[in-house]
Design a protein around this ligand. Structure first.
Ligand code: NAD
Length: 266
């Protein structure tokens, strides 16, 4: 679908890589003026230059760096709260440091971003905030307790912000991606036996690409979603609908990338 964001000002946190980069590029391709906020070590300026965006060195857990970046540009129409980290560790092995860093980036960083953004979006230019939550906002995937708690917390942020900002015309929604091919998930995608088992639980039989999340973000930020606020949109190939799994190794085949029916017709 071709979206039109001509004349719209968009900020994407964590826009130098993966899903955030695809989101930022998609907004730019749709005509928006795009600013990406990312860690200086990620080279956001060089990345932004490749598609005509601007970049600001920001650590979302450092409120002042975020405030400075917002203040350095015009007030945004769309803010995508995407910056995030995730490191695997079991409940018993999760250090207080890993817990604190994960929550500081994924949840407190999102709070800072939404609060600072909202104060600059009380205008009549159809403002919208989209958060990148996760299927892990809802489930309890093992060895990701800090990540899961941070992503579950985003639901409270979305609901409350939508409730309080609705009267100002600011819509607040979230996408909840499943397993998307980025560096965050490279350890999954590099092991065919792991993804064969994982994708068995995905009705579409495969993992997702960053551009497929970007399409959903652009939809929620667009006027097509003008009556949608306070909601979450799964972008997961149906994973959350597939409680006991979809694909059966006895009758289906995994080709290294995706599951397929051995016979198309029953
Ligand atoms: N890849 C997936 O399968 C998947 C699934 C569900 C949700 N998500 C979420 O999508 C978002 C993007 O993840 P991704 O897979 O593209 O990972 P990624 O590592 O490719 O990109 C994350 C980006 O966030 C930036 N970032 C991290 N900490 C930051 C901080 N403190 N301040 C500013 N920027 C920071 C990184 O530098 C990077 O550019 C994350 O919130 C992640 O939790 C990813």
């Amino acid at each position: 679908m071709a979206f039109d964001f001509c004349g719209r000002r968009v900020v994407v946190t964590g826009g130098a890589n993966g899903i955030g980069l695809s989101v930022a590029q998609s907004f730019a391709a749709a005509g928006a003026t795009v600013r990406i906020f990312d860690l200086p070590g990620e080279g956001p300026s060089a990345v932004a230059q490749t598609f005509g965006a601007q970049a600001y060195a920001v650590d979302v857990s450092d409120r002042q760096s975020l405030a400075d970046a917002f203040a350095a540009g015009e007030d945004p129409d769309v803010v995508v709260v995407n910056a995030g980290i995730g490191r695997q560790a079991s409940l018993l092995e999760t250090s207080p440091d890993l817990w604190n860093r994960t929550l500081a980036t994924n949840l407190t960083g999102a709070f800072h971003t939404v609060q600072l953004a909202a104060s600059r979006m009380m205008h009549d230019r159809r403002p919208a905030i989209v958060l990148v939550a996760s299927t892990n906002s809802f489930d309890g995937e093992a060895d990701l307790i800090a990540y899961n708690a941070s992503k579950a917390g985003l639901l409270g942020l979305v609901h409350t912000a939508a409730n309080e900002l609705g009267p100002y015309g600011i819509r607040v929604n979230a996408v909840c991606p499943g397993l998307i091919r980025t560096r965050l998930t490279a350890s999954y995608f590099s092991k065919p036996e792991v993804i064969a088992d994982y994708f068995r639980h995905i009705p579409l039989g495969r993992g997702g690409e960053p551009g497929e999340v970007a399409q959903a973000v652009l939809f929620l930020a667009s006027d097509l979603a003008s009556y949608i606020t306070g909601t979450t949109l799964f972008v997961d190939g149906g994973q959350m609908a597939s409680k006991f799994g979809t694909w059966n190794p006895a009758s289906d085949a995994f080709d290294g990338q995706a599951w397929r029916r051995r016979q198309k017709q029953p």
